[in-house]
Design a protein around this ligand. Sequence first.
Ligand code: PRP
Length: 214
Amino acid sequence: MSTDRYLTFALGKGRLANKTMELFEQIGISCEEMKDKDSRKLIFVNEDLKLKFFLSKGPDVPTYVEYGAADIGVVGRDTIMEENRNVYEVLDLGFGKCRMCVCGPASASELLLHHERIKVASKYPRIARDYFYEQKHQTVDIIKLNGSVELGPIVGLTDVIVDIVETGSTLRENGLTVLEEICPLSARMIVNPVSMQMENERIRDIVTKLRDIN
Ligand code: PRP
């Protein structure tokens, strides 16, 4: 296997990328170029280790990995589930822990119990659809929103929301509560299926080292 080929990482911009690089430093993978906060560069290289890193919007990470533009990606499990791309999920990185939940006013719990045809707002329409249709066998109307989803039930757009709950303070401050838990979430490492074969040794080495420090 040639070590001249760069191994390319796609990282979800922001806190996720920063936490990922902190973790990578612990296993001897660093990228000095990336530490310059004033830089407008989108792609960073570690020539010695033959590694490349680029930052993208979270939902685009699985896309880059599926098409092989990145061998490896790091992104939240919520995004992996929503994007449903052909990638291997190889490791739970253990940070960014939160939950995907159905939330709403406490009064909406009745509507869930009786399988009523309710309206659901979410940034994650696929996750919401899979949960209600495949798991609960409940017919619902899903309305896609792009953020501040908690507004849905508050302004009367929907009965409930499907959204991420971390500390629960957004819900509390808006008079909403967790009604049902869908699944736990955290940052995950994903790999392109062809890269998994072609770069097996290098990728396995990284995964093993990360698993050992976790
Ligand atoms: C996320 C999520 C909730 C909030 C949960 O929103 O959609 O609104 O964080 O966190 P908490 O339980 O700690 O309050 P984000 O801040 O990403 O913004 P958005 O609502 O615009 O998507």
